[in-house]
Design a protein around this ligand. Structure first.
Ligand SMILES: O=C([O-])CC(=O)C(=O)O
Ligand SMILES: [Mg+2]
Length: 626
């Protein structure tokens, strides 16, 4: 596939203007650099930018170069670059290194006390200097992830109409039906390999936020780059706007989405079908489509419907499952039990709960337990109480039915915990505070080391806080949560609870999938991701009270997950990039985004000897100029 096309028609014109441009000697700062440009004037020269891995003659000169966030380097442009690009004088005289700019970012973001203001500062940074934004993010994950991602991104979605400034991502509305391909064609990047899409119906645990949900695909894809080094121009956030059933939003004068109730049923399904086909038509069959924060019912249906015909996964089902199972693997090192020796109770029977349960079952089966026995270990509670085969309100959907038990119906969670005596209690209910002190105390009474995960997001929806969990279990709990919590001190011991968030998983899985051109994503890849993550948990992490490694190691974890996924893709014959690389780490590393500035200076133009065909892996042209 051709990436950004070379503008052959304009080539001679650009050459002529390049030759005509005589970089002038700076009056303020004599440099050898500008002399070098003058000395090279005899060569046929061309001005290029390397945009992602794409080489193209630059037509972006002057102020437009500074205004393009992908090209802009702010005060880090050298004198030579300023002269050659025609931006000399458009900025103050000072030259800065990227490191100095990073220092400024830190000072600037810390001036704000409200997290939403920090979010806005970072969005502005992304809009004006993309490389600096991603380097800042990737080097300050622990502090910045809670801002551009959970929990602050939830607030940003709730205030979307208020804070909306510049477009980011693509909005496809139900009014575009029949023309979705044309809308996708408007996206300016020709080389998209990953899409995160939501219809905004279940944003985190905040419910239906309609078009305001765009913050989620934007935040998830920022992590694709910051945590896994996937190039930003290959990432496309999409919001599918079919209306909202959120009355407050429909009445909110600041709401920016379609002001109508959600389109459902056949019309909705056909629209999603059209969307999937349009993506493949524009970007190819291997384009990764990550479903995010769809309503429960649709999430499962679409996963079942598309998983074998598109390159797709559902992060809330499979990504969350993978991170939770990694935490469970790590917990076994403390409790000394196997999965089959655990009794699990899930509060919530939605995407996350079912996803985790299914993956735990897969893990148990891999350990030699029968499917029936594995499922018998897992109990689940939804809004109507324990999932039982005898429940009067009947009709349990297929996914829930697997975990229904032949017992009398029960409703109250405290009674259920009393009766079932779980070793592992997992909250994925979006019901804040339902793990009451009494429930936590019961868990502690029945278990030497109770395992409690409060996974609902954002923080305001967590089933209990870290502090409540430790305090009501005499500090014996093995705890993790979906959103970050500060450390907790009980007596003379301080606990640093880990964040069981799918951000540990999806960037690495996406990198492996994109690099290998995988057609479909089997559950095995998520189990591999769980194991890679769990293997990275050190004894010191467990000792600190964390089932997960520090967020600062997430880039290394993403690489390991990507290597595992890559191996799986070749082993299962799912990859489409051949030949299979022998040194998978090196091969993956060669494809990563460069967080450091690259030269904006012209490179000697070498007319390609081979046909100008760029493979997905490497541009021969780029290799030639590197
Ligand atoms: O976004 C997050 O923090 C995790 C997630 O997918 C969700 O809660 O829906
Ligand atoms: Mg989600």
């Amino acid at each position: 596939m051709f990436s950004r096309p070379l503008l052959y028609g304009n080539f001679s014109k650009i050459c002529a203007s390049a030759a005509a441009r005589q970089p002038h000697q700076s009056v303020t700062q004599p440099t050898t650099a500008s002399t070098a440009v003058a000395n090279n004037n005899t060569q046929i020269r061309e001005y290029h930018e390397v945009v992602g891995d794409i080489l193209c003659p630059s037509q972006v000169m002057g102020i437009d170069h500074i205004r393009d966030p992908r090209l802009n380097k702010g005060l880090a442009f050298t004198l030579e670059e300023r002269q050659v690009l025609g931006i000399h004088g458009l900025q103050p005289a000072r030259f800065k290194t990227q490191e100095e700019q990073l220092e400024l970012c830190k000072i600037a973001v810390n001036r704000y006390s409200e997290s939403l203001n920090k979010y806005l500062y970072l969005s502005d940074l992304q809009d004006r200097n993309e490389r600096l934004f991603f380097r800042f993010l990737s080097e300050n994950i622990e502090e910045m992830m809670p801002i551009i991602y959970t929990p602050t991104v939830g607030l940003a979605c709730q205030r979307f109409g208020l804070i909306y400034r510049r477009p980011r991502g693509l909005f496809v509305t139900i009014n575009d039906r029949g023309h979705v391909f044309d809308v996708i064609k408007n996206w300016p990047e020709p080389d998209v390999r990953a899409i995160v899409v939501t219809d905004g119906e279940r944003i985190l645990g905040l419910g239906d936020l309609g078009a305001s949900g765009m913050g989620i695909p934007v935040g998830k894809l920022a992590l694709y780059t910051a945590l896994a080094g996937i190039k930003p121009h290959q990432c496309l956030p999409i919001l599918i706007d079919v209306g909202t059933n959120n009355i407050d939003l429909l009445e909110d004068p600041l709401y920016v989405g379609l002001r109508q109730k959600r389109v459902v049923g056949r019309e909705y399904d056909d629209f999603i079908d059209e969307f999937m086909q349009a993506v493949v038509k524009r970007y190819g069959q291997n384009t990764l489509i990550q479903f995010e924060d769809f309503g429960n019912h649709n999430a499962f249906r679409f996963l079942d419907k598309y998983r074998n015909t598109y390159c797709t996964f559902n992060d809330d089902i499979q990504g969350t499952a993978s991170v939770a199972v990694a935490g469970l693997y790590a917990s076994k090192r403390i409790t000394g039990r196997s999965f089959a020796e655990y009794t699990f109770l899930f509060a919530g029977a939605g995407e996350a709960a079912i996803g985790i349960a299914d993956l735990v079952v897969k893990a148990m089966v891999a350990e030699g337990v029968s499917l029936e026995e594995a499922r018998s270990k897992i109990w689940m509670v939804d809004i109507d109480g324990l999932l039982t085969t005898t429940r009067k309100d009947g009709n349990l959907e297929g996914h829930k039915f697997n975990y229904a038990k032949e017992v009398e119906p029960m409703k109250n969670l405290e009674d259920i915990v009393d009766k079932i005596k779980p070793n592992v209690l997992i909250g994925a209910s979006a019901a804040a505070g339902i793990f009451t002190p009494k429930i936590l105390q019961t868990m502690a009474a029945n278990n030497e080391r109770p395992v409690v995960f409060a996974l609902s997001n954002p923080t305001s929806k967590a089933e209990c806080t870290a502090e409540q969990a430790y305090q009501n279990t005499e500090g014996r709990v093995i705890f993790s949560s979906g959103s970050p919590f500060p450390p907790v001190t009980i007596g003379d011991k301080t606990f640093y609870p880990g964040q069981g968030n799918n951000a540990y998983i999806f960037p690495g899985v996406a990198l492996g999938v994109i690099a290998t051109g995988t057609h479909h994503i089997p559950d095995d890849m998520f189990l591999i991701a769980s194991q890679e993550l769990a293997n990275y948990v050190s004894d010191a992490d467990l000792e600190r009270g964390s089932l997960y490694p520090p967020l600062s190691s997430i880039r290394e974890i993403s690489m390991r997950i990507a290597m595992g996924v890559t191996k799986c893709a070749y082993d299962k014959g799912l990859a489409s990039t051949y030949p299979e690389p022998q040194d998978k780490r090196k091969w993956l590393e060669e494809q990563l985004y460069n967080f450091n500035y690259e030269s904006s200076l012209p490179v000697t133009w070498v007319w390609p000897r081979m046909p100008y065909i760029k493979t997905r892996d490497e541009s021969p042209l780029l290799a030639a100029i590197k």
